[in-house]
Design a protein around this ligand. Sequence first.
Ligand SMILES: Nc1nc2c(ncn2[C@@H]2O[C@H](COP(=O)(O)OP(=O)(O)OP(=O)(O)O)[C@@H](O)[C@H]2O)c(=O)[nH]1
Ligand SMILES: [Mg+2]
Length: 209
Amino acid sequence: MKVELVASSPGLAGRPEPTLPEFAFIGRSNCGKSSLINHILGRVGMARISGKPGKTRLLHYYLVSDKFYLVDLPGYGYAKVSKTQRAAWRKLFQAFLSDQERPLAVVQLLDARHEPSVLDREVCGWIMESGHPQALAATKIDKVGATRRAASYRSMVETLGVDPQTPFFPTSAVQGIGRTEILAWIDAMITANTEETEETGDAGDQGDI
Ligand SMILES: Nc1nc2c(ncn2[C@@H]2O[C@H](COP(=O)(O)OP(=O)(O)OP(=O)(O)O)[C@@H](O)[C@H]2O)c(=O)[nH]1
Ligand SMILES: [Mg+2]
């Protein structure tokens, strides 16, 4: 898999041209976004990981096989940021999600050990409102006993109030779980989008993947 970090931008202006499908990874600070991206890319240390929350402060665009982007977004809900910074992130997320010019799909990540927070629910609401295709990923499932996992996944879906058919990926960057399934979903989304574009002949309509 060919992978290039093509943009690291503090805001929306520095993003690449909206020509290729984008798969954005969004979630609470420290929930494991960068680790999961590394796992999917098969690259240790490509996305920066930290034991301390708040590591990813930019929008990082990884171009994969010249075909699509994985986008690593700054985590939300980190307590030790100023009110101003928090407001700026909120604005950035909302603008990022409401952009209909880009072929965007969004994966919301949730730490499998915790119930979704108020902020998780709010962000999930923004994603649903945006109309972009949505998926959920439970992270760090290695930290949850095998017998408790199914209940934890069900509770996430119920608490967030998403359609029960929403694609759901149990993942562990530590144990190497979830990569194949997420890549298969990405592939299916790209194929479906290409077929739709060919059918309508409308290359300009890229609002959805
Ligand atoms: N046990 C376990 N730990 C994980 C897993 N994924 C990530 N971690 C740990 O969780 C911490 C945060 O991981 P990151 O990937 O940096 O999380 P992030 O969501 O990108 O964090 P921010 O960039 O701060 O928003 C690190 O200490 C990781 O080693 C996992 O699957 N299992
Ligand atoms: Mg990160």
